[in-house]
Design a protein around this ligand. Sequence first.
Ligand SMILES: Nc1ncnc2c1ncn2[C@@H]1O[C@H](COP(=O)(O)OP(=O)(O)OP(=O)(O)O)[C@@H](O)[C@H]1O
Ligand SMILES: [Mg+2]
Length: 1078
Amino acid sequence: MAKMEVKTSLLDNMIGVGDMVLLEPLNEETFINNLKKRFDHSEIYTYIGSVVISVNPYRSLPIYSPEKVEEYRNRNFYELSPHIFALSDEAYRSLRDQDKDQCILITGESGAGKTEASKLVMSYVAAVCGKGAEVNQVKEQLLQSNPVLEAFGNAKTVRNDNSSRFGKYMDIEFDFKGDPLGGVISNYLLEKSRVVKQPRGERNFHVFYQLLSGASEELLNKLKLERDFSRYNYLSLDSAKVNGVDDAANFRTVRNAMQIVGFMDHEAESVLAVVAAVLKLGNIEFKPESRVNGLDESKIKDKNELKEICELTGIDQSVLERAFSFRTVEAKQEKVSTTLNVAQAYYARDALAKNLYSRLFSWLVNRINESIKAQTKVRKKVMGVLDIYGFEIFEDNSFEQFIINYCNEKLQQIFIELTLKEEQEEYIREDIEWTHIDYFNNAIICDLIENNTNGILAMLDEECLRPGTVTDETFLEKLNQVCATHQHFESRMSKCSRFLNDTSLPHSCFRIQHYAGKVLYQVEGFVDKNNDLLYRDLSQAMWKASHTLIKSLFPEGNPAKINLKRPPTAGSQFKASVATLMKNLQTKNPNYIRCIKPNDKKAAHIFNEALVCHQIRYLGLLENVRVRRAGYAFRQAYEPCLERYKMLCKQTWPHWKGPARSGVEVLFNELEIPVEEYSFGRSKIFIRNPRTLFKLEDLRKQRLEDLATLIQKIYRGWKCRTHFLLMKKSQIVIAAWFRRFAQQKRYQQTKSSALVIQSYIRGWKARKILRELKHQKRCKEAVTTIAAYWHGTQVRREYRKFFRANAGKKIYEFTLQRIVQKYFLEMKNKMPSLSPIDKNWPSRPYLFLDPTHKELKRIFHLWRCKKYRDQFTDQQKLIYEEKLEASELFKDKKALYPSSVGQPFQGAYLEINKNPKYKKLKDAIEEKIIIAEVVNKINRANGKSTSRIFLLTNNNLLLADQKSGQIKSEVPLVDVTKVSMSSQNDGFFAVHLKEGSEAASKGDFLFSSDHLIEMATKLYRTTLSQTKQKLNIEISDEFLVQFRQDKVCVKFIQGNQKNGSVPTCKRKNNRLLEVAVP
Ligand SMILES: Nc1ncnc2c1ncn2[C@@H]1O[C@H](COP(=O)(O)OP(=O)(O)OP(=O)(O)O)[C@@H](O)[C@H]1O
Ligand SMILES: [Mg+2]
């Protein structure tokens, strides 16, 4: 950016003058000197107004860098020093911004730098236009079409190592934004004669050398080629290598470019196969062979090459061989076949090679077009770039040079039309004061060549179509007749005697004075080349190829589509396409680049003044400057001019009501533009100096910026205001809503507060009323009560005399009765369960009923006990009676008793009946046994115990030996007087016997038993039932026992834990037996 700030105006740091219009004095010498001076300082570009003169530097200059592109981007044409980029930028911007289709016309001699210039223009446009994946691909394809076309269409000539041997016009299409959409390439007449023959020091088309140098061994084998150039007759050997050109590297570049442009691999290989076939065709050689009928016939010398060509192209070898030996002419229904002699066979071979190559080239252009064509149908803006072969003067100039030079004549014509002639005519038309400038108008030369009745091309066509013998000489004769009087036609044999003695004019030649100089054309080959004849046998043979590309190149070979009409001649085809091109160019805004070649040696730093002078002359550059200087640099119709600059003046801005012309007058007066700087035409304003225009443009730019600021200001103001109003409106709405909400809330609060207060007041009032009402009610009740009492008193007082004596008692009784009744009814419902052990009993309701309540409880208990007892069987009854007896005897007296309550009284613990051991014992006892149990009998002597069977029968107490069952003692119950035992928890008991009885002779018994309570009870009961006397049961911790004669005291003491829980008995002395109870 910083770089862009440095303004190098056209006038700053100028070497010579950048614009020839400023040259003073203006003549050929100063013109050339200026060019040379600039060339010597590496300034190769110079302007004539808007035309760019480019002098080929023949060396690479650092003036095409991306920085340079940026420098020239969006800058005014005259703002920076002259450059091809300035012209490209101007053309691109006016295409993009003003919607004007553009064409870039690049002219100049061969080697003057046209192709390079066209590439520079394209690369500049590619660099400055839009970016993006899609756009970049389009750009890349457009740019990469160049290497492909150059490989196939360019060749080294003596004038130029990379000479374009075809004309090229490329339309680049853009969308409304200026982004490239695609392109269309038109090609003009490839110099196909070069395929078979090249002048000395020149090469065939680059592709042949590139293929042989750059292809891999594998590819060469596939194409049946050898790397050695000398193997091929069509490749001239003397200049096979070009200095500084790497054919192999270029081959890779071309393959890569083909890929980018969109060639499939198989397509690229097909193309190379055709190239190989062309090369190999050149190696087919013929030898003469005489036939019996005397006709000459040719024969292929070595069929190997033919065989390989057939293999490459997929043509039947015999078909191709026959096509090289015979020529079939079809006329109406007849078919005539003639043999070809050697010369004719060579002619046929070369014709085939040329046709094959030129058709391949056209196919390539179409294929590229297919790839790069715009994919959209929207309206396109077009920039055409014309790079056509330059004017050529060789030693031997043939039909090709004639055609090329004709094309250059046409281009010069269009230049004249659009600049010189048109400019001058416009001044006259517009009534602008004007001094006429003489310039050479080459229309007359164009007419000499292209005139439909007697132009050279028409003559040539006429000659070609004429029946009878037609040769180049007959054509020249015809020219000599028809064109003899033409100023620009020269021929030794012409009827005009001017050239009879001109030795520089050979007999077989004619000379044309082209605008760029005189050119001598060899007439030889004109007829042939114009006819461009390919024998039908050959095109049919080609059509039969299985190689699809070759087949498609020869559609006329299809026997089904035989066309007996002659194809248009090369000359007429070219004329037609040039006419179309010219028409096309005329619809576009032209931009000129006039290339000048500084020397013939392709060398840098050499400026051959004579050569340059010649070019300046024929290009008419001086006239161009003169016209420019005499005229006006810029013109524009009043309306668009006023439209463009009306903002610069208050009266015209924003609307001018009057005619556009007076508007422009007012505008220019206001801007104080010097009157000599402009002129008013009929419909246009003419501005003399570009600087005036730039001044206007600068003012406009400044004003536009101001206007943009103004618009911005107004817009911003408007935006802010609308925003503010919107905010204000919103704020009011919000405030309204908020107020409403706040009010609603306040109202709700007030309302609920009012309700609360109301309810409190109402409550308070209601309570007050209620209190009053209650008071009234109580008062009423009190009154009623008082009244009732009073009445009662009254009544009682009145009736006292009648029942006062027993009324109270009656009431009392009645009340009591009621209460008791109620009590019983309630008791009925509250009765506890019938279980005798249930201790529940309802609580007492009235204190005065307490004794009743307790009594009722007792009665109820007795009753339920009775109920309970009533369920018992006799046996159960007996058991319970025994238990009851035990209870009465020992409860609360003997500590052992509570533990006996749960034990059922079994009596016969020892089952004597069942045990055979006691059979004798059993037999001895006849009575019912009540108790049969083992007890411990305490030894009177030492207190130790012996086991004895204790048997109680209805009348006796028996003791028997436990082991033998032998009865030891038998005591009748009547002799048992007493039973003694301790109050403690032990099983000791003494059975006292009646003194003096038989049983008592041995003394009383002292036992211990686990079933003491049962035994004592049963003993008691049995004694009672038998003797009707109650047995005395003494419970005491000290009692006396009679042992024989002695009375021994049995004393029970507490403690002595030595023997665990078992009570121990010990004889202490003669009088004391101590039982320790744990
Ligand atoms: N601007 C340039 N900068 C450097 N070298 C240039 C420039 N223009 C041309 N040349 C050199 O001049 C040679 C010939 O240029 P170019 O091929 O553009 O000529 P031409 O006018 O197209 O010729 P022809 O009519 O034969 O095709 C180029 O190969 C290149 O070496
Ligand atoms: Mg060229």
